[in-house]
Ligand binder design. Structure first.
Ligand SMILES: *Cc1c(COP(=O)(O)O)cnc(C)c1O
Length: 463
């Protein structure tokens, strides 16, 4: 990552180790609204609150570590996406970011659709009452059982990812006497990550069917011939944590190019295109994500312009934000266990969770922010690395951050923007129990996913 601002205000050490630091905020007690959920603030005693409840109270009732989710914020963001895209487009929340039955109900109520990519996610969605026609089924290797369940349930679309799958889904649908609505996922040779995108990326990845070499066109040709399938559109997903719309611009250009080729060859204008998800959020104050209405406007303009140039009717657009909806709505609340200063290096702060509740730092070198949550402090900033309790030196939650120099065992610290890909990627490494998700709204807290127990662990271990 290219962003690196050396910490001008770091007075605690003469020599700072190599690395990328975010300069300490002027006031370490301040909570940047960009990275914290909407209702987060501090009460008169300086304790962080969310939905009107102090984190000290949450820690007492639910224990730590815990994911604390701001339900009002989740609904606000879901609604903002829905409103921004309007009635002529569909917003599919990417369930893999974080899925629970409460979340499914909120999405249903706020008028969003839902992406699932496994039988487990499908079961969760259906059990919470999401209408099957509002569900899209994804994945590069759906099992025959998953395909059958999805077709039987009547999911609104299956996104086909390979030549084999085209045949498999068609066969299942035909056997069940159905015609399954499908999209074909293609790779357009655009790869987008964070602040850069590559328009000529190698299509060297497991997802999708390459546009290059005519493979995508061949996939459409085959799918159109099968009675079990109703081909409704083309799907493209170019990456994650994207801030720059130019990657979507190139992707839309190439997808529309394929739609035009399909029209010319088959006389069919496919009615939908799906541009995937991947819209970025602020993990630190350095990130500047766009608002949903700006993204909707940009994407709609790009597609409309490309279709006019190709003389195609503008198809119905879908988008699939996951992180951008749930990511900013939750923080992880930890209790500090040990504080270990290493002379001339940094201070290691150990918390009661770690890579089992947030693998993103180890897996993607992700950056996070952190704040002292159970009180404020005027102590000098100290450079810290927040680490977990696992037997692994790569067990890092926040690689480089500043916390007050008087931080001590028993303090609560909170890591914001952990709503996406933290609980959903959580593991039992070291037989550490996965934390609960506590949803807070209007002064009330409730557990929507309970903490794992040792009994849960032992129940799976059948000896
Ligand atoms: C992961 C994924 C998404 C969601 O990505 P976010 O970065 O969470 O927005 C959407 N669509 C597809 C096909 C995906 O694989």
């Amino acid at each position: 990552m290219s962003r690196s601002a050396h910490p001008a205000g770091a007075r605690h050490a003469d020599v700072l180790p190599e690395g990328h630091y975010t300069a300490p905020a002027e006031d370490l007690n301040a909570l940047d609204p960009k990275v914290w959920a909407h209702t987060v603030g501090r009460d008169a005693d300086g304790v962080v609150t969310v939905g009107g409840i102090a984190v000290t109270q949450l820690a007492e009732e639910y224990g730590t570590p815990a994911y604390v989710l701001d339900e009002a914020d989740f609904r606000d963001r879901a609604r903002a996406w829905r409103t921004a895209f309007g009635a002529d487009a569909d917003v599919f929340y990417a369930g893999k970011a974080f899925l629970s039955r409460a979340v499914v109900r909120w999405l249903h109520e706020e008028g969003l659709n839902l992406d699932v990519c496994s039988g487990g996610e499908l079961a969760t969605a259906l059990s919470a009452g999401m209408p099957a026609e509002r569900i899209a089924f994804h994945g590069n290797n759906k099992s025959p059982e998953e395909i059958e369940r999805a077709v039987r349930a009547g999911v609104g679309r299956i996104v086909l990812d390979s030549f084999q799958e085209i045949v498999r889904v068609a066969h299942v649908a035909q056997t069940l006497g159905k015609r399954q609505r499908v999209q074909i996922r293609i790779t357009v040779g655009v790869e987008a990550h964070t602040h850069e995108f590559i328009a000529t990326a190698h299509e060297d990845q497991k997802f999708g069917i390459p546009l290059a070499g005519g493979q995508a066109a061949e996939a459409v040709r085959r799918a159109l011939q099968l009675d079990g399938l109703e081909v409704i559109g083309i799907h493209s997903h170019i990456g994650s944590q994207i801030f720059d719309m130019s990657g979507f611009e190139v992707a839309a250009h190439r997808v529309v190019g394929l739609l035009k080729d399909i029209r010319d060859e088959h006389g069919v204008e496919l009615p939908e295109i799906d541009l995937g998800g991947g819209l970025g959020i602020a993990y630190t104050s350095d990130d500047d994500p766009r608002e949903p209405h700006e993204i909707a406007k940009a994407l709609t303009e790009i597609v409309t312009r490309e279709c006019e140039a190709a003389r195609l009717a503008t198809p119905r657009i879908s988008v699939e934000p996951g992180r951008a909806i749930v990511g900013p709505t939750a923080f992880t609340l930890y209790e500090v266990g040990t504080v270990k200063p290493l002379d001339g290096l940094r201070t290691y702060v150990s918390v009661d969770g770690g890579m089992s509740d947030n693998i993103r730092t180890a897996l993607y070198d992700a950056e996070y922010s952190v704040a002292l949550a159970s009180r404020t402090s005027d102590a000098e900033p100290m450079l810290v690395r927040v680490v977990g309790k696992h037997c692994e030196s790569g067990d890092i939650v926040v690689k480089d951050a500043f916390l007050p120099g008087d931080l001590a065992p028993g303090d609560l610290i909170a890591v914001p923007a952990t709503g996406a890909y933290c609980r959903s990627m959580a593991s039992n490494y070291n037989h550490v129990l996965r934390p609960p998700v506590v949803a807070v709204r209007d002064g009330e807290a409730r557990v929507i996913v309970r903490r794992e127990t040792e009994e849960d662990l032992l129940r799976l271990d059948v000896g």
